[in-house]
Design a protein around this ligand. Structure first.
Ligand code: HEC
Ligand code: HEC
Length: 239
């Protein structure tokens, strides 16, 4: 157990260092791979030990990442469980490129990923969702036309927070700067450290200029959503 924790800690520190370097070097070095091959790595024993690897970034309000550009770390509390799982598997398999998250996902077994996804999807949403069917703030006519063009609501659902499939994300109320980075990543091909191979969103994002993606991201980030950052202090009281 101690050995395991120190391995994880080393991984974490290495990832954080990798992160710090990422801003200076556009092609960030790969985060260290975990020792064990394939699905074999034994994850931390308890859920709490697994979540401990995430707290330093995903449970600090306003925490910023600097790779591939400065943006807030995505909110994952209240996110769809199936999507959290899909995202972690995509990092692990390399379809979704991000050296730090890959290093972290590599240390998780399939069971760890299931447990963590179940945990975060309920965190902060104990009373269920309280969202109305439509966002309180209407988009500007320009943004409304962009959202209409690719019919975002048809997959991401009412309020952009009731996705039609378990492995689709809630995007309403997510950090605008992260949404913008995410949307641009779907347009990025042939880069070893940046980009997401998702056929659906790839085809959609490529229909828009970066300026258009930015105004979409700003609107989606401004509306109310289910996703949250639940600070660590609250997290502890919860246990
Ligand atoms: C060093 C900071 C850091 C740590 C530690 C960290 N993450 Fe992340 N995480 C990020 C960043 C930055 C992103 C956005 C990466 C991208 O653009 O794909 C991210 C993305 C994610 C996503 C995708 C979110 C989305 O909306 O698509 C999930 C899920 C996730 N992390 C889960 C975890 C879990 C679970 C842990 C702990 C086991 C963890 N992360 C630890 C920084 C971190
Ligand atoms: C046909 C269904 C579909 C449509 C239409 C669609 N999306 Fe998506 N979207 C998805 C799926 C599936 C994913 C998850 C992809 C992945 O795993 O990377 C996704 C992911 C995303 C993400 C990444 C979220 C995160 O947390 O990283 C953003 C942002 C997004 N979509 C925005 C949009 C916007 C804006 C539109 C309209 C312009 C749109 N989507 C239209 C299916 C769709």
């Amino acid at each position: 157990m101690n050995k395991l924790l120190s391995t994880l800690l080393a991984l974490f520190v290495a990832s954080a260092t990798n992160f710090a370097h990422a801003q200076a070097t556009p092609a960030a070095p790969q985060a260290p791979q975990s020792q064990a091959p394939g699905n074999a790595p034994a994850g931390p024993a308890s859920l709490q030990a697994k979540i401990a690897m995430c707290l330093g970034c995903h449970n600090i309000i306003g925490y910023q990442a600097s790779f591939p550009e400065v943006h807030k770390v995505p909110m994952i509390a209240g996110q769809n469980a199936g999507y959290i799982e899909a995202a972690l598997h995509a990092y692990k398999g390399g379809e979704r490129k991000h050296p730090t998250m890959r290093g972290i996902a590599d240390a998780l077994s399939d069971q760890d990923i299931k447990d963590i996804a179940a945990y975060y999807s309920k965190l902060g949403l104990e009373g269920g969702t309280k969202l109305a069917d439509k966002p309180g703030d209407e988009p500007s006519p320009q943004v409304a036309a962009l959202l209409q063009k690719a019919n975002c609501v048809s997959c991401h659902g009412a309020n952009f927070s009731k996705p039609i499939a378990p492995n689709y994300p809630k995007i309403g109320g997510q950090h605008a700067d992260y949404l913008f980075v995410a949307l641009k990543q779907y347009k990025t091909d042939n880069n070893a450290a940046v980009g997401r191979n998702n056929a659906i969103m790839g085809a959609i994002a490529k229909q828009f200029s970066n300026a258009e993606l930015k105004s979409i991201a700003q609107y989606l980030g401004s509306i109310q959503g289910d996703v949250k950052t639940v600070p660590e202090s609250r997290f502890h009281k919860h246990e």
